[in-house]
Every structure is written in C-alpha cells, then in structure tokens.
Design a protein around this ligand. Structure first.
Ligand SMILES: [Zn+2]
Length: 277
C-alpha cells in the first residue's frame, strides 16, 4: 500500500480540526465537529479531541493491530475519556469527530466509517463512494431548512440558521434512529459502518481515497467531477491539487448562493492509498 496525503485548515482558521494518519497497516482520516456557540462542557475543543483520538488510536493499533477496527476505535474513545475526566463527558455537544479508517492485509481492505467522511474506492475499474448514510438521512431535513441559499454565507440570518441546525443536530447525535459519531460514548464504535473488500481478483480495490467533507465537497457540493474523476485527479496530480480545486470553487461562490453550505471554507483532508502493481 502506497499512501499519499494532504490536509489543510480552512483559510483564516488557526487550527486544522481534520487529522490524517498512517500507523502500521491502518490509514485514517478524521474531522473534528464544531458546535457553534453551544456550551460543550469541555475546555479542550474539537482540534484537541481529534488529535487525542488519533494518538489513542495509534496506541490501540500498537496493542492489537489485527483486532477489528471497531474494537480499536472503541478502545481509543475510552482512553480519550480518561484524558479529560474533569470535563462534562455526557454533554450532548461534547467534542466529536467523524472517522474513516482502512486497514490492508495481504488479501483484504477492511474499512470503518462514522459520519460524513467517505471512502471512495476503485474496484475493477469502477469508482464508488462508501458512506455512512445515517448522517445524511437524519440530517437532510435540517440541512434543507438551514441552507436555502437565499441569504449570504456569514450573514446574521445565515449564522442564526446554522445555530438552530446545530441544536437540532445534537438531538440526533449518538442516538438509535439518529446517527453515530466518535465522541465520549464508546458505543459509537460498535455502531460504525464496517466492511471488507478484496485486494485480489477481478473486483480488487486498486485505489482508495479517504476524504473529509471539506474534500468530498468537490463532488457532492461543487460538482467539479464524479468519484472516478476525483480518484484520477488525486492519483495523477496529488491530494494537494484536490484541495486547491476546492479552494478555488469555494472562493468563486463566496456568498454560497450557487452552492449553499454551512461555511465558506472548510478544513480539507485527503489520503490516497494505492494497491498492487
Ligand atoms: Zn475536555
């Protein structure tokens, strides 16, 4: 497995709340979740949370690199709880993160998904995005209400709508019937979407791209290319080029009238894994 990565904070933001790592056979991309203006009960914040979670994932992998990915994540979430015992860990806005993990062995690629960080795979020449659909399904009506595209990004009305959406979203977080995400509740790990794909034979995975939504928006928000086109761009011109294209699209639609979204720019992360000859 050959891995190339790029990650970049949103322009003007001091902290990148995305993380990307490769540790032994595991590659991961995570996106820290911010709850704008809502009390979180945590003095640390999403950038700290996502960095701690990666540190604890690396330890879990060192302890048992071939354990199920959900078990590695569960152990990491439990350990991060222990890293901030003084914070209110049952606060519904406690820092959280999406998780997209893959692990390659000689024959298979295992994956784990939580939240809206997709895995795009090229299998036998066909590109498809593997996603955790529960987030989209649960959040779609809230999103439609918050992002009507009739007020400019960053305006008082836009900000007020994002806050209302965040309040409604947190009622769905880590609840059956809502969606699951890595936060303080280790049960999220057992509720992750997991699967195994072949690395040999006619349907073998040749390439896999792990993306945060700040990068997958190239396809599903801005329509710059399809998933096959995204994989080709990242393969031929590198992960950083995908982020550059996203920044140009974000800047071209500053007010978000054409492509309604929560933020003008978002942290963006790409990890490309290539397999075989
Ligand atoms: Zn804390």
């Amino acid at each position: 497995m050959i891995v190339t990565t790029a990650t970049e904070a949103a322009p003007g933001r001091p902290d990148n709340e995305d993380q990307v790592f490769q540790h032994g056979p595991v590659v991961g991309v995570l996106d820290g979740v911010t709850a704008p203006d809502l009390p979180t009960g945590c003095v640390h914040g999403p950038a700290w949370y996502v960095r701690r979670l990666v540190t604890r994932l690396r330890e879990s992998i060192d302890d048992a690199s071939d354990a199920p990915l959900a078990l590695l994540l569960e152990q990491a979430v439990i350990r991060v709880r222990g890293d901030h015992p003084g914070c209110e860990l049952d606060n519904p806005s406690t820092p959280a993160a999406t998780v997209c993990l893959v692990r390659a062995d000689a024959e298979h690629l295992d994956y784990l998904l939580l939240g809206d960080s997709p895995l795009v795979v090229d299998r036998g020449g066909r590109a498809e995005a593997l996603t955790d659909d529960r987030f989209d399904t649960a959040y779609a009506p809230i999103r439609a209400e918050a992002l009507r595209g009739d007020v400019p990004l960053g305006s008082a009305e836009h900000v007020a709508r994002q806050r209302t959406a965040a309040l409604r979203k947190r009622e769905l977080t880590n609840t059956p019937g809502g969606y699951w995400i890595a936060a303080a509740d280790p049960r999220a790990a057992a509720n992750a979407v997991t699967g195994r794909l072949p690395l040999s034979g006619p349907d073998a995975v040749r390439r896999a791209a792990l993306l945060t939504d700040g990068a997958s928006c190239a396809v599903d928000t801005f329509g710059l290319f399809d998933w096959a086109g995204l994989l080709d761009l990242v393969t031929e011109q590198g992960p950083g080029e995908l982020i550059r294209r996203v920044r140009a699209a974000e800047t071209a639609d500053r007010d978000g009238y054409d492509r309604p979204r929560h933020k003008r720019h978002d942290d963006a992360t790409v990890a490309l894994c290539r397999f075989g000859a």
